[in-house]
Design a protein around this ligand. Structure first.
Ligand code: ITT
Ligand code: MG
Length: 175
């Protein structure tokens, strides 16, 4: 199985390789434009970024599946605070499925810096005194006391978008 991933971030490639390990995938990285701002600010924008990445990766590199993984931030009416969210999209060229990953509240001092227009990756590096933490454990790792890591969190979203291609239950269309 050949999977084209719309990113060159090693943590995203790791997420795909680990999550789809059972299918023994050949994973290629495709540099694509996500078509949205570098720091998505809503569920809708984050999902659109994942969709664009999946479609554009498959167009650039004809594989069995195109995968898009996108991190973003969003507010929810039902709960206070700014949340880090992540979404995945998978396409086989005809059908496209979406799946969501974990959501974790950002500390106010970090949320305030995003409100001022900064990006989460560099803000996390500044706060944690790290270099490119978005390519390893990520904010998801740091803020969950390492109960998660970014590859695993993105992998959960991917599993939710990829599973429906493999499971017969989705093949029956309800009229
Ligand atoms: O090369 P790409 O694929 O774009 O990888 P990226 O790390 O920039 O990932 P996204 O564009 O999907 O994420 C949007 C922004 O949110 C940041 N981000 C998302 N999740 C993060 C995490 O767990 N830790 C640190 N930064 C994160 C990321 O660095 C970007 O500034
Ligand atoms: Mg990015």
């Amino acid at each position: 199985m050949h999977v084209a991933v719309g990113s060159t971030n090693p943590v995203k490639l790791e997420a795909v390789e680990e999550t789809l390990e059972r299918f023994d995938p050949t994973v290629t990285a495709v540099a694509v434009d996500s078509g949205i701002p570098e720091q998505p600010w809503s569920v809708a924008e984050t999902i659109t970024g994942a969709e664009n990445r999946a479609r554009r990766a498959l167009t650039a590199d004809p594989a069995d599946y195109g995968v898009g993984l996108e991190g973003g931030v969003a507010r929810f009416e039902e709960t206070p605070g700014l949340y880090l969210i992540m979404w995945a999209a998978v396409t086989d060229g005809e059908r496209l499925e979406r799946g969501g990953g974990p959501s974790i509240r950002l500390p106010d001092h970090i949320a305030n810096r995003l409100e001022d227009g900064q990006e989460l990756g560099p803000v996390m590096d500044d706060v944690c005194n790290t270099n490119a933490i978005a390519e390893t454990t990520g904010a998801a790792g740091v803020l969950s006391a390492d109960l998660l890591d970014r590859a695993g969190a993105l992998g959960d979203a991917l599993a939710c978008a990829f599973g429906p291609f493999q499971v017969d239950h989705y093949a029956y269309q309800l009229e």
